[in-house]
Design a protein around this ligand. Sequence first.
Ligand SMILES: [Zn+2]
Length: 422
Amino acid sequence: MRKKWFLAAIGLFLLYVFSIYIYLFHGADTSIPDSLNGTSVDPKTFMDDETLENSETYSKIRNFFFFISTPLEWLFLGIVLVSGLSKRLDRWGRDSWKRQFVQTGAYVFWISLLLFVVFLPLSYLRYKISLSYGISTQVFSSWMKDNLIEFWVDYAMTAIVVIVLYWLIRKSPKRWWLFGWLLSIPFTIFVMFIQPVVIDPLYNEFYPLQNKELEEKILTLAAKADIPADHVYEVNMSEKTNSLNAYVTGVGTNSRIVLWDTTLNSLDDDEILFIMAHEMAHYVEKHIYLGIGGYLLLTLAGLWLTDKWMKRSIRKRGELYQLESMQEIASLPLFLLITSILLFAANPITNYVSRVQETRADQYALKMTDNPEAAITSFQKLSESGLSQMNPALLVKLFRNSHPSMLERIQLAKEYEETHGK
Ligand SMILES: [Zn+2]
């Protein structure tokens, strides 16, 4: 039975990889509509031939990685479960440690380490490709350091969550998901609160915007939007990447608007002001708080579904998984598998909500700066620097894109330009 399972799982995965490859590289049409040829959304008007070709290939490769890495994780977790490895790690923990929370922490450590080691080559490949396309500028030691920091940060978070959840599952096998959810509220808010001041600085160096003249302009814009003035930060990213970015992060007194130094180096003041107005829109419209609210709602539904799905799965296939109940920590791979599937399936919903917010932020920024030309050129520079596709395939848009396509964003700016006679 076990051997049949392995063959079926691996076969199914390979079939999926093949179909995704065909879809992304040969199936989906990602060219821009004929009617838009020669306009400002046409990449031929602002990218040279080589950059344009690179942007198509590089985007396809990245999308391919996106679509195969999560299912590869599912396959791996399934193998850990069915092969009995999970059971063995559990026994190992119980033999060596007396306290249950230490056993759980040790078990989570081994699973995290396994996942890290198995996925490191894939991550390295992604890094090498990014280097060869001139996106990443990071040296190997710095890349590896980021990976190690990420491992320990992820491990610490996962260990806390898993220790608490499995303690709850044992204490209250029926209602653990509800109590777990209630605890996740302060935990999520706490993590979001410390993110900009504790977690992000582990990876990069943050400092107040250095260009004082530009800062003055941004602060004037912020005052217009009623935003407390000390919220613009610069982050040193040019040693890691050539792509451009800006974002809002954190909650409460720790919330920040952050600009990558690459953005500051490549865009002129008007373009930066447009990007800043976009970020301010997220702040003004409280998108972070809406995001937390939506996230908590999804977590509640997700934990409830996980409870039902896990119990049913163990009832039906417990023998194959070598599990008797979900109270055993050996059931963690099944827990991770189910939550990962649910999260992946929720992507179209969360991305849709995000795209609506991003469109609103663009509209706000257009109105506030009243400079659609700067909006258009900044979108063009963003596409060029990140080698992004103007018009991505439908599945990519649904599952991956949290922002409208560059084609849509430029179109929006053009519409503004036309209606306001700019
Ligand atoms: Zn945005």
